[in-house]
Design a protein around this ligand. Structure first.
Ligand SMILES: Cc1cc2nc3c(=O)[nH]c(=O)nc-3n(C[C@H](O)[C@H](O)[C@H](O)COP(=O)(O)OP(=O)(O)OC[C@H]3O[C@@H](n4cnc5c(N)ncnc54)[C@H](O)[C@@H]3O)c2cc1C
Length: 429
């Protein structure tokens, strides 16, 4: 029986595994964590709207009814393509077919200080770190006598005007407006500043002009200061500098400005694109190895002269295709090249508002928000997760007061030069 190893149980790997469950092949799933994570809702964990358990689901539980599918908790460190072996921290694993889908990492464009200081949002720890950071800044500000330091503690700089930056800014503004202002009566009402910085002239580059304008207008109504056309050129623990020389004093820098293929991609032979993705064949195989597929955020795939974006639906459709391609090869059938069906995109901007374009239709406002909610609940794995996520939202929506505002790691000791220690958990890792 041929053995398929799927490395990475994100959106792409999970779809590939589902496509092979119940087939006559032996399927071994690998991931560094034992759960599948729903990235699009990470920002809601970071802004205390959803519990972390509600956006993840154990991989073993997903596949327990399938006897041909096994899971191993392992970090993939390399691939020996010549001998068909995946090299992991729990030893080498042989394969007949390999599907690589370990996703992406943050891109810092050579800004080392940003890499060290900034918070990112790629996994569960990042989201919990960011939530701790935001809430810790409020705690420290509430006892900080120096007005300049207090202002910097209450200034949150978000870099990157794509969906993650926009969604996070809106959710943070709502959290401040509806919950944190009530929790901290000792702080002045308008002392919190949320600044969204984008290097390009507009937010949401993949959306139409009118939807971009609407998103900007909604964010500004929520009190978010939007600075477009201004890349960050320098970062310190207590602030950032923009290209025009503007300095923003802030102890929290959230970086959502760039993504590149996971570091494992660099170790593979073959041409890569500007953001490190491997340029695969039209049937998603490695250029030199017929039995190795590379999908999702690791893969550069062109269609109609455009490169497919690093998005969950792309990874999912590629995963489904690869499963079908392996089954076809096993039964001696030919497969047509991969074709992506673009069903559109969405971004939420706080409570009651979102922008969406799907099947040629543009939507904004409450209707788009409802569509966003329905779609994300549909894709959240597992009935329990959908139910609890919905209950959390309903609670936060109706009472305007999410109750998940927990700081889960201790604050620096009073008296230690505290404020600089409030910066990124990553500095301590
Ligand atoms: C905060 C955030 C919000 C997003 N919002 C949206 C959105 O609203 N809509 C949308 O379409 N897309 C969104 N995306 C993008 C989307 O999540 C990715 O395009 C998609 O997850 C890519 O799927 P993938 O299978 O390539 O990788 P992933 O889904 O990232 O999965 C990679 C898997 O590989 C595992 N892994 C990584 N390295 C190793 C290793 N060395 N060894 C073993 N396992 C490893 C990881 O644990 C993970 O399970 C968002 C991304 C982020 C970070």
């Amino acid at each position: 029986m041929a053995r398929v190893v799927i490395a990475g149980m994100g959106f792409g790997g999970l779809r590939a595994a589902k496509g092979l469950a119940g087939s006559g092949l032996e399927v071994l799933l690998l991931d560094q964590y034992n759960y599948h994570l729903f990235h699009p809702l990470l920002y809601q964990v970071a802004t205390a709207s959803v519990e972390q358990e509600n956006i993840a689901y154990p991989i073993r539980a997903i596949f327990r009814s399938w006897r041909n599918v096994r899971f191993r908790l392992a970090r993939v460190e390399g691939v020996d393509l010549g001998t068909n072996r995946v090299l992991t921290d729990s030893g080498p694993i042989d394969y007949d077919y390999l599907v690589l889908s370990v996703g992406s990492a943050s891109e810092f464009y050579g800004l080392d200080a940003v890499r060290r200081i900034a918070h990112t949002l790629k996994d569960m720890d990042d989201a919990v770190d960011l939530r701790n950071q935001i809430l810790s800044c409020f705690e420290r500000a509430s006892i900080e006598p120096d007005p300049a330091k207090r202002a910097a503690l209450l200034t949150f700089v978000i870099v990157g005007g794509g969906p993650t930056g926009v969604e996070f800014s809106g959710a943070l503004a709502e959290l401040v407006r509806h919950a944190l202002r009530k929790d901290y009566p000792e702080l002045e009402r308008d002392s919190v500043r949320i600044v969204l910085v984008e290097a390009l002239p507009n937010l949401l580059p993949l959306f139409s002009n009118s939807l971009r304008e609407y998103a900007r207008h909604r964010l500004e109504r929520l009190g978010v200061k939007v600075r477009t056309g201004q890349p960050v050129v320098e970062a310190r623990p207590d602030g950032v500098v923009l290209r025009d020389g503007t300095e923003i004093a802030a102890y929290t820098l959230f970086w959502a400005a760039g993504v590149r293929a996971a570091p494992l991609t660099e170790t593979l032979p073959g041409a890569k694109d500007r953001v490190g993705r491997l340029i695969v064949r039209p049937d998603l195989r490695h250029p030199d190895y017929d039995n190795v597929f590379v999908i999702g955020d690791m893969a550069h795939v062109e269609q109609g002269g455009k490169v497919l974006p690093m998005l969950a639906p792309v990874a999912m459709q590629e995963g489904a295709y690869v499963a079908a391609a392996i089954l076809a090869q096993e039964s001696g059938r030919e497969m047509a090249p991969f074709r992506y069906r673009d069903k559109g995109q969405m971004a939420i901007i706080g409570r009651n508002a979102a922008v969406a374009h799907a099947f040629g239709i543009q939507m904004r406002g409450f209707l788009a928000w409802l569509a966003w909610l329905a779609l994300h609940l549909y894709y959240l794995i597992g009935f329990r997760n959908r139910l609890f996520a919905l209950l959390n939202w309903a609670y936060a929506y109706l009472l305007l007061d999410p109750k998940l505002r927990l700081i889960t790691r201790p604050l620096p000791k009073p008296g230690s030069e505290g404020n600089e220690e409030v910066v990124k958990g990553g500095e301590r890792r």
